[in-house]
Design a protein around this ligand. Structure first.
Ligand code: NAD
Ligand code: UDX
Length: 463
């Protein structure tokens, strides 16, 4: 059997590497238009940082896993084609700021229709609005080579930072489809390492909608606990104690109740906005408003954090040095898409703070590019003043100590483990006084830091 995957990103790369590792008899070809991404997949510096990914790729690459830009050839040779391209929020025209941009999906479907001969199974791996498979089927049916297709929906539930563990032992694999034979063919691939009772099959539309719904529910939990964190700060209740108290109720459960500076990542916001747009499209105003509130609450949490920094530092951060620890949207990834850090840094820059940023896995180019985009307008235009602001007020360093040296404050924006184990006496000595710490992830030992002399502010904790 031959599999091709279009899109060598955070989903296509790790997912296909796992299939290739677990199914040595299947030949897996991952293709992308982006030459430098493909070059990176073929090198020792993979484009995606994920614990355990290097080993999986090393085992299968060159054996039954290949990466290339030969899209047409890979499609032509494959029995099963996964589409794992990006589906970002549309930023122009109808539905701008909400709807998913399906341009890349449609281009893939057209390419498959053009190149294919015989029969192929096409698998939607990207996260898509419910009923996208209808459009995909129609485009494929226009194939002039007499090719025939079955379309399946097989959304991906991996989380970044734990992708390998999630792929190895998924809670479930979801396959939506009409053709029993096609569903079985895909179930047989996963069946090589996933227990059969964890492979759920549904109709196409339930599968497409389940992905958006799962992300909406997960994000809603984070926004719910973050909403309560604001109330904790005003009332001397402690958010970690509240999380524990409610999470022990087996109906609520303990996971995804960690208050934070706000959720980030390429999925939650995009997928909820997509859900909101769909509800609006179907005339379900109240349903749309309900889900939109999850994103509104998240924006509030990010803004609130930056405002608390300004307020508690005597209402001005202008020309003050603030160490930013962590820029990725969560630990154990180099991904910065929609990271809360971007928006906190943007707000602090607008207050003319001087930022010294450290993240163990994110490059200076990425940080600067994210900040320029955040400061720019919707069309991507950045004013000369904002460019100058980033140029003069942002420094990127390669360790947490250098970031904190001579700083007025430290803001912890990503929960990297290394931040728990630093020498805080040493850090305190090098900082300006009062030495403020803003823990946006509640990972630091408040008692210990207070004893050293820090003034520490944490999410959902009153001072
Ligand atoms: P990504 O941007 O990292 O990767 C997508 C890749 O597709 C890019 O490298 C791009 O160059 C390539 N591409 C686009 N159009 C192409 C074309 N016509 N031909 C060949 N290559 C093309 O995106 P991602 O994070 O991997 O996400 C992919 C999809 O999976 C999205 O729909 C996303 O919502 C979904 N998803 C993502 C995650 C995650 O954790 N990142 C988890 C579950 C689902
Ligand atoms: C998410 C879904 O979990 C995954 O199933 C889906 O396939 C893709 O989207 P991801 O965005 O990679 O995965 O990471 P996730 O662990 O869900 O975290 C998302 C954001 O929420 C991060 O910024 C994280 O720090 C934040 N978060 C998560 C919290 O603030 N508190 C929590 O309790 C959990």
């Amino acid at each position: 059997m031959k599999i091709c995957c279009i899109g060598a990103g955070y989903v296509g790369g790790p997912t296909m590497a796992m299939i290739a590792k677990q199914c040595p008899q299947i030949s897996v070809h991952v293709v992308d238009l982006n030459q430098s991404r493909i070059d990176a997949w073929n090198s020792d510096e993979l484009p995606v940082y994920e614990p355990g990914l290097d080993e999986v790729v090393r085992e299968a690459r060159g054996r039954n896993l290949t990466f290339s830009t030969n899209v047409d050839q890979a499609i032509a040779e494959a029995d099963m084609i996964f589409i794992a391209v990006n589906t970002p929020t549309k930023h122009f025209g109808i539905g701008a700021g909400r709807a998913a941009n399906l341009e890349f999906i449609e281009k893939c479907a057209r390419q498959i229709a053009k190149v294919s001969k015989g029969h192929k199974i096409v698998v939607e791996k990207s996260t898509l609005p419910v009923r996208t498979a209808e459009a995909v089927k129609r485009i494929l049916s226009s194939s002039s080579n007499g090719a025939t297709f079955d379309v399946l929906s097989n959304p991906e539930f991996l989380a970044e930072g734990t992708a390998i563990a999630d792929l190895l032992e998924p809670d479930r694999v979801l396959i939506g489809g009409e053709s029993e034979t096609a569903v079985k063919a895909l179930a047989d691939v996963y069946g090589q390492w996933v227990a059969r009772d964890k492979i759920l099959t549904t109709n196409l539309w339930s599968s497409e909608l389940s992905k958006l719904t799962a992300n909406a529910f997960l994000a809603q939990r984070v926004s719910s606990i973050n909403a309560i964190s604001a109330l904790c700060e005003a009332t001397e209740a402690d958010i970690d104690e509240v999380s524990k108290a409610i999470g022990t109720d087996s109906r609520i459960g303990p996971k995804f109740l960690k208050a934070s500076v706000g959720f980030g990542g390429s999925c939650f916001q995009k997928d909820i906005l997509n859900l909101v747009y769909l509800c609006e499209h179907f005339g379900l105003r109240e349903v749309a408003d309900y889900w939109e509130q999850v994103v509104i609450m998240n924006d509030y949490q990010k803004r609130r954090f930056a405002e608390r920094i300004c307020r508690t530092m005597f209402n001005t951060v202008s020309d003050k040095k603030i160490a930013i620890w962590g820029f990725a949207f969560k630990k154990d990834t180099n991904d910065t898409r929609e990271s809360a850090a971007i928006y906190v840094c943007r707000d602090l820059l607008r207050e003319r703070a001087r930022l010294v940023i450290y993240d163990p896995k994110v490059s200076k180019e990425t940080i600067v590019s994210e900040l320029l985009t955040a400061l720019g307008d919707l069309s991507g235009t950045v004013s000369e003043t904002d460019r100058e602001l980033v140029h003069s007020n942002v420094t990127v360093v390669n360790n947490a100590y250098d970031a904190a040296n001579q700083a007025h404050a430290i803001a912890v924006l990503t929960e990297w483990d290394e931040f728990r184990e630093l020498d805080y006496d040493r850090i305190y000595d090098t900082m300006q006084k009062p030495a403020f710490v803003y823990d946006g992830r509640n990972i630091l030992d408040r008692q210990k830091l207070t004893k050293i002399g820090f003034e520490i502010f944490a999410i959902g904790k009153s001072n």
